[in-house]
Design a protein. Structure first.
Lengths: 607, 197
């Protein structure tokens, strides 16, 4: 048997390939991104980036209508975006096997909440698998494809950060070739007019009865006999923590967590004196088990933390009261992530900070503009939220008799986030007579999740040329009259333009353009660096306020620029009032020049 | 084999090559016949934030991560990150620390001070091996071998044969850099051999 060490995400991709998958798509989002990224490596499968999660699921559902085995993957909050087709898909079922992967983020390593998406399975009555390691992630994905067809239902696979981003050993299998059946209309099944939908709801309830029976004998749900004084019920990564802490206990391992195997759970409860339920997030299993009246003591969230990630030490302390003996350390500086040296967003946030604007923000690398010293973003709610939030503030201020222009309202959104869900609120703002200024930070790529293409990217990451949605034409198409494209590094121009537009009695959109400094063609060049002259530096702090990781303060409060990190973008040179900073070699390549050459689209626009 | 699970935390700053190092360690452990699990955090941490990768190997590994006082060895690519992760080290564990400083943003922009005497602080409390990995990487002929120098030091604390390490390095490193990386590994291993613990 061939073995490999794979991450949960790589394993899901492999399972989809082995299971004869045909089509996959996703909107990138940590910790789910690498699933479709890895599926793209298999030539038998068509895989691509979708504009958002809702669109992604709608396309995959269409592919399933035509009999293609399909997969969509998204982070937990992505399923909120896709919730509308998700619920309908449960009624419609699956012609070609349809797998929906949700990767939750307990601990919020890279998310705005730690919602527990197991409730979605219960809520939409869609069967759900939860792997506990990469090998199971692969096997369950593969099996979900055929089960999806067998039971005529999309199948949810729920992962978490520690499943998706942990590497464990996987036994590899071969690909099963399956033909795409082809599209045949089925009006009663797929057109959810109320008259059809009523029958479909009936079908869903009948399907659930069959799924319950299946769950009772499914290989992934089993009792591992051990010490009968403690019975552990655990799923996902928590199963591994339970095993680590209670190696001798009796275990009920559940890989299928909706619908639950009630008979098996009762059998298990009859074997043990006390049940510990170890689960991250919400008391999902706990509520189910407690409702079953099992006649045995159940310990769950009264001991296991409701917030954050678990680990073996936390489980041990919670259930056994064993406190770890560890080295305590003094308070030390934290190391927050920061916008990169040469990042095109820096200049925009620096300007917004100087203008003391009220900024509603959005989701991407640029959310880091909220952190000191830039501190130029008040809100960050969800994908696409910035524009609607700003418009709402404008409405409330106007209603209490304040000229909203005095509030200096600006909504800041990245290009990918704008395509994802910023266009609809912009239409609302325009139609309902709003005047808020919108800045689109256009670096031509989805940067935060590691450079996935978006509709504004010129060439697909597969190397296949794709059509490009022109951002400026799109915004003008909405009806916005005042649209400007400006170089993100043009600090003087930005300041004048933003200041003018926030005082205009009309909505306007400013597109601040520059390529991401980490794009491969930017990254492979060798740049000169800036040097600060300590004789001339007056410690005025202006360049420190850029928040550039290459700039630091020496013991005698002078600017020092780290030549290993600096890419010579020159923003600090522009903000220095006493000309204390210069490029080491003014004729050598630098990130400012490179940005202009690489994409060739930074041009001055008539205003 | 009957080997208990060993837990290693590799810690540092985004961009220091931590994920490559933990990949090499996982692969070497797998090649040596162990069950292996490795966990790491992607996302925000890639933008110059702190990065942690945990590798655990043994006869049968359950959890891919450890909690407080859970690691046998911490391999720190940067001094402040060594200190930050000290609570995760078992009291009888070993910390290997690269004598290298990268100022985090609150220090760089003048809001906070970088702690002095980090290495002395560690030495007073725990088995500590200190080295200048940058200097040794330059000696090996390629500054980018810093992470392999550090793996060389780590290798001495783990029950994985040296030839397996070298095989994995050969497989994973670009052909042009193989020789420098092998020298780097050897230089790191010598540091551990000469360390007084």
């Amino acid at each position: 048997m061939k073995k490999a060490i794979l991450s949960g995400n790589e394993a899901i991709a492999r399972g989809f390939w082995e299971g004869g998958g045909h089509f996959a798509n996703a909107y990138p989002g940590t910790p789910s991104t690498e699933i479709v990224e890895n599926i793209m490596k298999y030539p038998e499968i068509r895989a691509e980036w979708a504009v958002n999660e809702k669109t992604s699921l709608e396309i995959a559902l269409g592919a399933s209508f035509a009999g293609a085995r399909s997969l969509v993957a998204m982070k937990h909050v992505g399923l909120n975006v896709a919730a509308d087709p998700f619920f309908s898909a449960s009624y419609i079922g699956a012609t070609g096997g349809l797998v929906i992967v949700t990767a939750d983020d307990p601990g919020m390593h890279s998310s705005q909440n730690e919602q527990d998406n197991r409730w979605y399975a219960l809520h939409a009555k869609m069967p759900m698998f939860e792997p506990t390691d990469s090998h199971e992630a692969k096997e369950l994905t593969k099996q979900a494809l055929t089960l999806s067809e067998q039971f005529d239902t999309p199948w949810l696979i729920r992962s978490t950060t520690r499943i998706s981003h942990s590497l464990t050993i996987v036994e590899l299998g071969d690909r099963e070739e399956v033909e795409i059946k082809g599209y045949e209309p089925d009006f009663q099944k797929r057109n959810l007019l109320p008259m059809n939908a009523r029958k479909r709801h009936q079908a869903v309830e009948e399907r659930t009865i069959k799924l319950r029976e299946f769950a009772e004998t499914f290989w992934g749900n089993r009792i591992d006999e051990g010490d009968p004084s403690i019975g552990i019920v655990a799923t996902g990564i928590s199963y591994q923590y339970g095993r680590e802490v209670f190696p001798e206990a009796t275990f009920l391992k559940l890989l299928m967590t909706w619908p639950l195997p009630e008979k098996l759970i009762r059998e298990f409860a009859g074997k043990v004196k006390k049940i510990y339920i170890i689960e991250e997030g919400d008391p999902y299993l706990e509520l189910h088990l407690k409702a079953m009246n099992l006649g045995v003591e159940i310990v769950g969230k009264e001991k296991i933390p409701m917030t954050g990630e678990l680990n073996p030490t936390i489980v041990k302390e919670a259930l056994l009261g064993e406190k770890p003996s560890y080295f305590e350390i003094p308070k030390i500086p934290h190391r927050p992530p920061a916008l990169c040296p040469g990042c095109p967003h820096t200049g925009v946030f620096y300007t917004l900070n100087r203008l003391k604007a009220n900024v509603t923000g959005d989701i991407g690398c640029y959310t880091l503009g909220a952190l000191p010293p830039l501190s130029a973003m008040d809100t960050c709610v969800e994908m696409g939220g910035s524009i609607g939030n700003a418009f709402g503030i404008e409405i409330a201020e106007a209603m209490r008799g304040i000229d909203p222009r005095k509030k200096k309202l600006v909504a800041v959104i990245g290009d990918s986030t704008f395509y994802h869900s910023g266009v609809t609120p912009l239409m609302d703002l325009f139609h309902n007579n709003g005047i808020t200024t919108v800045i689109i930070l256009d670096n031509s790529i989805t940067a935060m999740t590691g450079h996935q293409e978006n509709p504004g990217t010129d060439i697909g990451i597969t190397g296949i040329p794709k059509r490009r949605v022109d951002l400026e034409k799109l915004v003008r198409g909405v009806g916005i009259e005042y649209v400007y494209t400006i170089d993100s590094f043009d600090l003087k121009g930005l300041k004048e333009l933003i200041n003018r537009e926030i005082h205009r009695q009309e909505p306007s959109v400013i597109i601040a353009k520059r390529p991401c400094v980490l794009l491969p063609p930017m990254k492979k060049r060798k740049y000169t660096y800036a040097v600060a002259n300590p004789e001339k530096c007056t410690s005025c702090t202006l360049c420190w306020k850029l928040g550039c990781p290459a700039i630091s303060v020496t013991k005698d409060k002078k600017t020092w620029i780290n030549p290993d990190l600096c890419v010579g973008c020159g923003l600090c040179i522009d903000v220095c009032p006493v000309d204390a900073i210069q490029l080491k070699d003014p004729n050598a390549d630098n990130a400012r020049k490179a940005g202009e050459e690489v994409l060739g689209w930074v041009k001055k626009q008539d205003q | 084999m009957g080997k208990e699970t060993r837990s290693v935390i590799i810690a540092g700053v985004g961009g220091q090559g931590i994920l490559l190092a933990s990949n090499l360690l996982s692969e070497a452990a797998m090649e040596a016949g162990y069950d292996v699990k490795k966990s790491e955090i992607h996302g925000m941490s890639q933008r110059g934030g702190d990065v942690i990768s945990t590798v655990r190997f043994g006869d049968k590994v359950y959890s891919p991560i450890v909690g407080l006082a859970g690691a046998d060895v911490i391999l720190a690519f940067e001094k402040l990150e060594a200190l930050r992760n000290l609570p995760y080290l078992k009291k009888e564990g070993t910390i290997i620390v690269n004598d290298y400083r990268i100022d985090p943003l609150p220090v760089a922009s003048g809001y906070m001070e970088y702690p002095e005497n980090t290495i002395e602080y560690l030495k007073e409390r725990v088995k500590t091996i200190v080295l200048d990995a940058k200097e040794l990487a330059l000696k090996a002929g390629n500054i980018r071998t810093m992470n392999v120098v550090l793996l060389g030091v780590l290798s001495k604390s783990l029950d994985i044969p040296e030839d397996i390490w070298l095989k994995v390095i050969e497989r994973r490193v670009p052909p042009k850099a193989i020789e420098a990386n092998k020298i780097a590994f050897r230089l790191g291993r010598e540091v551990a051999e000469n360390a007084e613990l």
